[in-house]
Design a protein around this ligand. Structure first.
Ligand SMILES: Cc1ncc(COP(=O)(O)O)c(C=O)c1O
Length: 464
């Protein structure tokens, strides 16, 4: 069967179809029950007011019978789509055998997962790295930082403005959002914060994107070279190759390679957080491949479990010699067998359907379509992205670049009411992010962009 035909069959053909304005009565009942029973410390039920009934491919049905095109993918997790039949079969087969055991004992499923993962690692990590399994993205980032400290014996890590690496008490220090650090109740220790080259809003004086990359690189090099900067002994730099929660910010082309050179020059490890960017999201297995850079340590999560929680740290094999003989980072639930089966199948599915090339091409097409929309309306300041990771930054005016946070939440709400799920991100909450499953059909892409433009047109008139 031709791939496009297969992908058509993965999603609900009805989407988008709104039969009752969300939240419909059944959704409302469940939302109200949730409010009574659960903590208010939730994000998504406030942004998308519905209750889910079923999901297929790049589409979702709510309990009131509305069908949505899904451009959220469970927050960049379901790269091969909801309910992917190939992944489902692998999980069912594993389910028939066992679904939890002492988590480190080997099995065929575990080795299949590890072999598949090793075969797609970037650069000279491929086939040569060591891999440590963890459970969540934050867990992987924490393990990565702990590993770097073991290897370098240096306590300080360098992290970026706009970074998001999770909210666990350790790693939240590397996450840049001040309020998240305050919520976790931990002081900012052992972290040096540096600017990220955000071409649309470069934090340092610069005439263009490349200049912005160079300005940041020069500053970082200065911090590490001058003994009188007071930053302490830096062992590692942790970086997202494209910032996710920070606003889908693609750094200038020179940046990651420059960072690699600085890390090597100063004997510092480069930790790349591919939690959101990895497993094909940008049209390559890893975003670092767009920039020709190989990390020393890489954090992987989200899509690697196909929707079943798991994460991994991949690192240069020689670091094993520096680790204590006892395990230093572990947990009851790491490497869940269902997640390993799903993860192995995700990799095979992407390979067998040539989804990376498709994502590059269709992602390019989507970015250009969003750029076209941006030219027509004053409330879109910037469009950027690679593959199926595209950010559209909303502003009150193109001239002032004043962030339009309420515009973004309004675009999200109005798209939702028309049957397209699209989430926000960004320093000011003003960036719409396209992070659809890679199995999204061209038809659902075009229809979603049409609805996006309709909403942007309406809002542009209201802002005037
Ligand atoms: C780049 C990045 N790192 C780490 C995390 C944290 O992952 P988790 O939510 O699984 O802890 C996220 C989550 O969005 C992320 O985008």
């Amino acid at each position: 069967m031709a791939i496009e035909e297969e992908l058509e069959g993965l999603s609900f053909p009805e989407a988008p179809k709104i039969v009752v304005k969300p939240p419909g009565p059944k959704s409302l009942e469940l939302l109200n029950a949730q409010r009574e029973l659960e903590t208010k410390s939730l994000i998504y039920p406030k942004a998308f007011r519905f209750a889910i009934d079923a999901a297929k491919g790049a589409t979702i049905r709510d309990v009131d019978g509305n069908y949505y095109i899904d451009w959220v993918a469970g927050i960049a997790v379901l790269n091969v789509g909801h309910n992917n039949p190939y992944v489902k079969q692998a999980v069912m087969e594993q389910l028939d055998r066992y679904w939890h055991w002492m988590s480190e004992i080997p099995s065929e499923a575990r080795i299949r997962f590890l072999r598949n993962l090793h075969s797609i690692l970037p650069g000279d990590l491929k086939g040569k790295a060591k891999v440590m399994t963890t459970v969540t993205g934050a867990d992987a980032c924490e393990a990565a930082v702990a590993l770097a400290r073991w290897v370098t014996k240096k306590p300080i890590i360098m992290a970026f403005e706009g970074a998001y690496h999770g909210v666990h008490q350790g790693i939240v220090m590397a996450t840049a959002k001040t309020e998240l650090q305050q919520y976790a109740g931990v002081p900012l220790v052992n972290v040096v914060r540096v600017p990220y080259p955000y071409p649309y809003r470069c934090p340092l004086p610069a005439k263009d994107a490349e200049d912005c990359g160079n300005a940041v690189l020069n500053y970082i090099d200065h911090l590490l070279s001058d003994p009188y900067t007071g930053i302490g002994e830096v062992g590692a730099i942790i970086v997202e190759p494209i910032q996710g929660e920070g606003g889908y910010i693609v750094p200038p082309r020179n940046f990651l390679r420059g960072l690699r050179e600085i890390a090597d020059k100063h004997g510092i490890l480069l930790i790349v957080d591919e939690v959101q960017t990895g497993v094909g999201r940008t049209g390559k297995w890893w975003a670092v491949e767009h920039f020709g850079v190989t990390p020393d340590i890489m954090c992987i999560s989200k899509a690697i479990g196909g929707g079943i929680p798991t994460s991994v740290v991949a690192y240069r094999a020689e670091y094993d010699e520096k680790l204590p003989d006892e395990a230093f980072h572990f947990g009851t639930y790491r490497a869940n067998p269902l997640a390993l089966a799903a993860g192995a199948a995700v990799i095979e599915y992407i390979q067998s359907r040539n989804l990376l090339d498709r994502t590059l091409q269709l992602g390019d097409y989507a970015r250009r379509a969003f750029e076209d929309v941006a030219e027509r309306y004053s409330i879109i300041g910037d469009v950027r992205g690679l593959g199926f990771m595209i950010g559209i930054e909303l502003v009150r005016s193109k001239d002032t670049k004043e962030p339009g946070a309420n515009l973004a939440s309004e675009v999200r709400r109005r798209m939702f009411e028309r049957g397209v799920l699209m989430h926000t991100c960004g320093h000011f909450g003003n960036v719409m992010r396209f992070m659809a499953p890679l199995v999204l059909t061209r038809r659902h892409l075009d229809e979603g962009i049409r609805i996006f433009e309709e909403v942007v047109r309406e809002l542009s008139r209201e802002v005037r």
